[in-house]
Design a protein around this ligand. Structure first.
Ligand SMILES: Cc1cc2nc3c(=O)[nH]c(=O)nc-3n(C[C@H](O)[C@H](O)[C@H](O)COP(=O)(O)O)c2cc1C
Length: 269
């Protein structure tokens, strides 16, 4: 439900223009109104609330007092450097992740965009060393069995080059990372493929901006998709499927140089 405080509203029309589902319409005096039959189409994106400079809008129980002021962000140069300097980290340091960093990382997850503002992503953060060890051990057991029976080489030819490492018990799936975050989404979510990867991409950059190392867990996604036992251990909600996994922790070392990647084709039309 959207409420407009008529005392505060100056009928600027910004909320009406910015309502993607056209739930808000300008009344005769310019003050927005909501037709009862349209309310069901509201996706709770809260743009009406965010765009209102007067604090006149309450959207589904969230009003001006519940929201933060917009803070200045950099001119983009720092973010561009972050993207260039972000490296996949596979060697880990010992120290703990400071609690304020944990809080920032976890709190920010609420702002991850989802298709149609579905907002039903579920995140599982594993920070307990023993739990990580359990996933490592179980995965190693399963992989060894698949290698010995030849199934792995048959089904996943890409794994052939990892056979020696798997038999040695090296952790090619979780890269010995101390922590991981798993994003799962309802199987019926409108953008179930994209939402988890987008969310963890943002998490990735934020984690690296806070001095942490990260590495995508592409193999881990396969492991979690295939094993119900893993899904249970991760407490993935019923009806959800695992979408993306990001490994993270304090890095063992920093990269003093930026890579020089081959440019990818960009057509500007
Ligand atoms: C979708 C995706 C899945 C990946 N899965 C893995 C993985 O399972 N294990 C791993 O060590 N690295 C994984 N990576 C990391 C890539 O190997 C890495 O991004 C690439 O080599 C470039 O290195 P950089 O990230 O340091 O620039 C993955 C990356 C992406 C984008």
């Amino acid at each position: 439900m959207i409420n407009i405080d008529r005392e505060k509203c100056v009928a600027c029309g910004a909320c009406v223009r910015d309502c993607i589902v056209h739930v808000l319409t300008a009344g005769a005096d310019g003050v927005p109104t909501v037709r009862a039959e349209d309310e069901q189409f509201c996706i709770n994106c809260q743009h009406c609330l965010a765009v209102c400079a007067r604090g006149a809008v309450t959207c589904n129980g969230v009003g001006f007092a519940d929201t933060l002021d917009v803070e200045p962000v950099s001119d983009g140069a720092a973010e561009a450097a972050l993207i260039r300097q972000r490296r996949s980290v596979r060697h880990w340091g010992k120290g703990p992740i400071p609690e304020d960093v944990w809080k920032r990382l976890v709190d920010t997850l609420a702002w991850m965009p989802t298709g149609c503002n579905d907002h039903k992503l579920h995140f599982t953060v594993v920070r307990d060393a023993e739990r990580m060890e359990w996933f490592r051990r179980e995965t190693s057991k399963k992989l060894k069995m698949l290698v010995r029976t030849g199934v792995l080489q048959l089904l996943y030819p890409v794994f052939r080059r990892y056979v020696d490492e798997i038999l040695r018990g090296d952790d090619i799936v979780f890269r010995n990372a101390p922590c991981m975050i798993v994003a799962s989404t309802p199987k019926k979510a409108p953008c179930k493929e994209a939402d988890p990867w987008i969310a963890l991409s943002y998490f990735d950059l934020l984690a690296q901006a806070n001095g942490l190392g990260t590495c995508w867990g592409g193999f881990a996604v396969h492991a979690f998709k295939l094993s119900r036992g893993f899904q249970r251990a991760l407490k993935i909600p019923k009806g959800h499927s695992v979408g993306a996994v990001l490994l993270f922790g304090p890095p063992a070392f920093k990269y003093p140089r930026v890579t020089h990647p081959r440019p990818m084709p960009v057509d500007i039309l």
